[in-house]
Design a protein around this ligand. Sequence first.
Ligand code: HAX
Length: 434
Amino acid sequence: MDPLKKKFVEIALPRVADFKKLLTEYGDKEIGTVTIGSVLTGMKGTVSLLTDTSKLDPEEGIRFRGYSIPELREKLPKVQPKGEPLPEGLFYLMLTGELPTQDDVAFLSREWSQRSDLPDYVYKVIDALPLDTRPMVQFSAAILSMASESKFFVAYMNGLSKADYWDTTYEDIMDLIARVPRIAAYIYRRMYHGNAQIEPDKSLDWAANLAHMMGYEQMEVYRLLRLYMFLHADHEGGNVSAHACHLVGSALSNPYYSFAAGMTGLAGPLHGFANQEVIRWIQSMLGEIGHACDDKEKIREYVIRQIEDGKVIPGYGHAVLRKTDPRFTAQYEFGKKYLPDDPMFRTVECLYEVVPGVLGQYQKIKNPWPNVDAGSGVLLHHYGIREFEFYTVLFGVSRSLGVLTQLLWDRAYGSAIERPTSHPLEWFKEQAGM
Ligand code: HAX
């Protein structure tokens, strides 16, 4: 058994015992209320999921196993002392609840590198799709095509005991996380670089190798992708990609099916697609207001016009957060350090000064502050990664770390199939006395 898997067993056993005790001895304890409003507005704030990997605080933003983003930028292992944390370290923390050592992280880089080869047919599946097929369609199809590779599924068909579900799930999620950067880079080079593919450099860490396979060798791009992969990895259990992965996994669909479901959710404009929308939106704004990116009055007027026309300002607002997203702040700091004079970055700065004030005047908008997507695109754009429609795939590669760790814990706990109850409109009217 590999050392991480062994550690997982040690940590999981007492937690699983607590999980079972909660269910058997405290199952009837009331922990919240459901209102008609919560049902009709997407169940926001309704406590209905158990997720250990991270917790989103409306005021403070995300904490991974109790650690904030600034804390982890300090504490997680890095390649250079002043660099960005390795996503391997965040994965280790989410899986075990403990901060990793350099050795733990080196083990994961090696392990993922060894597991990263794709079956030949995956390339053929991608190649069979028209070249202009949306990158997220190619990405999801490639992931789904590997579902027959699932070690969990093979073991299940051979009569696997419920107590052992987690074991082959661990193998599947490690294989999947190892493989997604290869899929992403293959799609990128196929679509935008004449299919001139670049072999992986197995001496590199997970994120740097992705930059390398996409064709970017600058240290700053390695650093940016490490930060990007770290920041987008997890956002507790209720966001669409995590919840879709959990929901499909709750039917014991294997991790390939479950992760593909999460990715089709990520592709939506109110979720991961927003990162590409932001940059397209900035460009069309600059086109209309005459490239005066520092003219805050023109920006203000443009933003107001957009809202009055019933459009959303991408990159702003959040279903749970009520402050500036610390994931935005981390990317903003990166931009300030490495690309302060980039005109697109300067526009993001101006928007940050103007948009919250405008959105704050509309009572219905609960959070006027920037979210993770408000600044990510301009950083990629600066280094030449300008194929906006591909940005959501990068988000998806990162998300594999969080949602698949959540899925492993679901299997360890023996989580139940998800099956909430629904009612027709008349039932709600009756409840309301309408
Ligand atoms: N611009 C204009 N209107 C906005 C807005 C924005 N940025 N954010 C919210 N609103 C509007 C909503 O459209 C809604 O209007 P209606 O009542 O007319 O439908 C109203 O304000 C109330 O919305 P809310 O309760 O504040 O927010 P929701 O929980 O409904 O939605 C969203 C949260 C993130 C979907 C929303 O803020 C939005 O559409 N933002 C722009 C798109 C975006 O940046 N998405 C990425 C979110 C982060 C993420 O998940 N990344 O993956």
